[in-house]
Design a binder for this molecule. Sequence first.
Ligand code: NDP
Length: 444
Amino acid sequence: MKLLSDVFEIVKKRNPGENEFLQAVSEVFDSLEDVVARYPKYLKCGLFERLVEPDRQIIFRVPWTDETGGFHVNRGYRVQFNDAIGPYKGGLRFSPQVNLSVIKALGFEQTFKNSLSGLPIGGAKGGSDFDPKGKSDEEVMRFCQSFMNELFKYIGPDEDVPAGDQGVGAREIGYLFGQYKRLTGQYHGVLTGKGLSYSGSLARTEATGYGLVYFAREMLKGIDQSLYGKKTVVSGSGNVAIYAAVKAAALGAHVIAMSDSQGYIYDPNGIDIETVRDIKEKRRGRISEYVNVHPDAEYHTGSSGIWKLPCELAMPCATQNEVDADSAKALSDNGCILLSEGSNMSCTREAIKIIKASGMLYSPGKASNAGGVSVSALEMSQNSMRYFWDFETVDAKLEEIMKSIYKKAIDTAADFGHQGDIEFGANVSAFLKVADAMMAQGSV
Ligand code: NDP
């Protein structure tokens, strides 16, 4: 990073210790050097300084009581990053790892992802350091209600439309939506990922995982290959991982491993996804229980060991920085040909360098996991129209969106002389759209 190094120094000074945020900015800035060289106008008008400063950062207290009447306080966040191309849109994450740096990193990424989707949505992210794990439904409900008691002041269908993310699934969205309605008396599409009986969209649950696999299929087509018969490792066993595994298997891939935050399962016969769904979706159990039903499978504690398994396709779908340099090296040494990110910022900077240098195909989450937010935007459209598309219609739109993101990334990379570099093409293509919208609107 040469031309943007002065700007990055300002970012470092202004956001001390925010490692995740600095990582997200430096990844994008690395790709934008060629843009600055070709179009110096963006540097001259201070666009990069504006791009890295969120429009608004809201931090609030979330008090709640547990089953025994015990009192707890968590911290809530909503970072409205950039609304140049549409109302703010991005998920809410409930996890003890949540802090301002993580939320800003995800909000920055979301701005680019939403630009790539081709839909009119700006970037935001939010959440809390609350851990829903081990809490009763009533405790989760009380927490969500308290969270919304503050958040409702800052969101609206034409202003900011949150969705789910890690730790925020259908149950949490239901409680959040109910409280928003109680507080405002308004029934409109202020959250996405809603249940089907109350204005949700078909295929939203499946969208991120399915979209990831549609994207990987396009990447493989680019080298005249297909998913068929490829040994595939999918990390995580949450929303993204489960539907990535479902779609990958449906398109002929051989999914051999999945994980959760405590360990991974390896099933040489192919993962039985219905068992995983039963454990994780229905019972909120541990992935280790899989071997009780499938004794031929193995369970190993520690989740990073999953990347040491020989495979051809790797789809990290758990959390940020889950693939480090050692894991990237093991994947490449074992003959992996593709790593497509389902989680946001799945790979460390070092891991990405190793993956690209080894000749493996690589796609960043902002491109390959954009299916979720895209179908969220389709949910917003259906809510505005008071209409409901069938599953096939939404799924077909999702497939087209993922193909178009791949094409944009590949074409932009080629235009700048970086043939085949999906990360570069995605960053540059997303940036140009947001930057031009900001300039046209005379942002100061
Ligand atoms: P969920 O909360 O549904 O699932 C997360 C899964 O990852 C759980 O199985 C969890 O295990 C596991 N996990 C957490 N940390 C680790 C770790 N260090 N190693 C291995 N597994 C781990 O989240 P989602 O599936 O919704 O999201 C996953 C990722 O995808 C996140 O990065 C999210 O930002 C991103 N994403 C999600 C979208 C969506 O539509 N849901 C859209 C775009 C991106 P455990 O059960 O033990 O907690």
